[in-house]
Design a binder for this molecule. Structure first.
Ligand SMILES: Cc1cc2nc3c(=O)[nH]c(=O)nc-3n(C[C@H](O)[C@H](O)[C@H](O)COP(=O)(O)OP(=O)(O)OC[C@H]3O[C@@H](n4cnc5c(N)ncnc54)[C@H](O)[C@@H]3O)c2cc1C
Length: 328
């Protein structure tokens, strides 16, 4: 969002062994630590961060093993997620090019290590569907650990890393996924399928899906290099069955699992393209707030409240912010 104050210390982590030293430094200073990947889902508060930010620069992608159905790949956590996806759709294992499981996550900004934190998802895929395990440095127990995906409590934009005692406890050093040799088949996620139908595409590979997702994202989402945003600013709303029935009767779209797209709510509250305190509700995707001229986190907070209030007044739902916050 390009907002917020300064950090007291920043340390770049280039190898696993840098971690013990960096945590030791923070402990000596009696300061909190914060792990940062690409910073695309973190908003800095105005008072800055009187602590140590560890910026993840761990690099490397490896093939672990493969059998007749699956291939297991590991990426060090500072790799860009999009580079990892690109690698997976182009990889040749001696029999086939391209493996399926993360191709729809093409174009999601940020690092591989952040992907399990909020269980990133897009166009029908979530990292949880293919995650095998992560390796972490556990700050509390002061050791490296391997944690299977089943222990991470992965859910919608949620994991042990962004809830409860797990917040701030772990530095994820690598992520291992199991991708499928069988490729995705139609029908695809609605907007992806519509893209293929419009163009008469009938042959699909992970690389074809990746290209389509990148094209769709490019036409709908602001380029983070040019526009300051955190992508989806609000989480989608989830309703139980009774609430979902009521919502449908009122003409509100409710998808599988009781999901109401927050972008729809914001758009139908008449906010698409509107500006509040220097923050604009994107005219392409209403779920995205773009920092056009906001000077401070305080401006963003006022804009957030204006959007939440308008949606609550019109539909009665209270939107929740998706990006994390850092600092005072
Ligand atoms: C234009 C745009 C589009 C987006 N589209 C999507 C989308 O389609 N789907 C989606 O799910 N998200 C989307 N996002 C959000 C964002 O891309 C993801 O949340 C991504 O995982 C953030 O990666 P990052 O490296 O920038 O993480 P950061 O913003 O640096 O960190 C995010 C959180 O993860 C923690 N963290 C980061 N790395 C580690 C690590 N190695 N170990 C432990 N904790 C760590 C941080 O402490 C922080 O709490 C979008 C964002 C933008 C700007």
């Amino acid at each position: 969002m390009r907002l917020g104050g300064a950090a007291r210390y920043v340390i770049e982590i280039e190898e696993d062994k840098d971690l013990a030293e960096a945590y030791h430094f923070a402990a000596e200073k009696k300061m909190p630590v914060y792990v940062l990947g690409g910073g695309s889902n973190v908003i800095g508060r105005d008072g800055g961060f009187n602590g140590v930010i560890m910026v993840n620069k761990l690099r490397g992608i490896y093939v672990i093993n493969s059998d007749k159905d699956k291939i297991r790949l590991c990426a060090k956590s500072g790799e860009l997620l999009d580079d990892f996806v690109d690698y997976s759709v182009k990889l040749f294992d001696g029999e086939q090019f391209g493996f399926s499981g993360i191709e729809a996550l093409s174009g999601v900004p940020g690092t591989v290590g952040a992907a399990p934190v909020q269980n990133v998802g897009a166009y029908g895929q979530e990292i949880a569907q293919v995650l095998h395990h992560v390796c972490v440095y556990d700050y509390k127990d002061n050791c490296f650990k391997k944690m299977p995906a089943s222990e991470l409590n992965l859910g919608y934009r949620r994991s042990i890393f962004n809830t409860g005692d797990g917040v701030g406890r772990y530095f994820i050093t690598s992520v291992t996924v199991e991708l499928h040799k069988n490729w995705l088949k139609p029908p695809f996620y609605t907007s992806l399928q519509a893209y293929f139908d419009e163009r008469g595409v009938t042959e699909f590979s992970p690389a074809v899906v990746r290209e389509a997702v990148l094209a769709i994202r490019g036409s709908k989402l602001p380029d983070p290099a040019e526009f300051a945003s955190s992508g989806s600013f609000f989480k989608n709303v989830y309703l139980d069955e009774a609430e979902a029935e009521k919502a449908r009767a009122n003409g509100i779209p409710v998808w599988d699992g009781g999901k109401v797209p927050s972008g729809w709510l914001i758009e139908h509250a008449g906010l698409k393209g509107k500006e509040f305190f220097g923050m604009r509700v994107s005219d392409k995707a209403a779920l995205v707030l773009i920092n056009e001229s906001a000077k401070s986190y305080a401006d963003l907070a006022k804009a957030r409240e204006a959007v939440i209030e308008a949606v609550r007044e019109k539909f009665g739902y209270t939107l929740e912010q998706e990006p994390m916050e850092l600092g005072e």
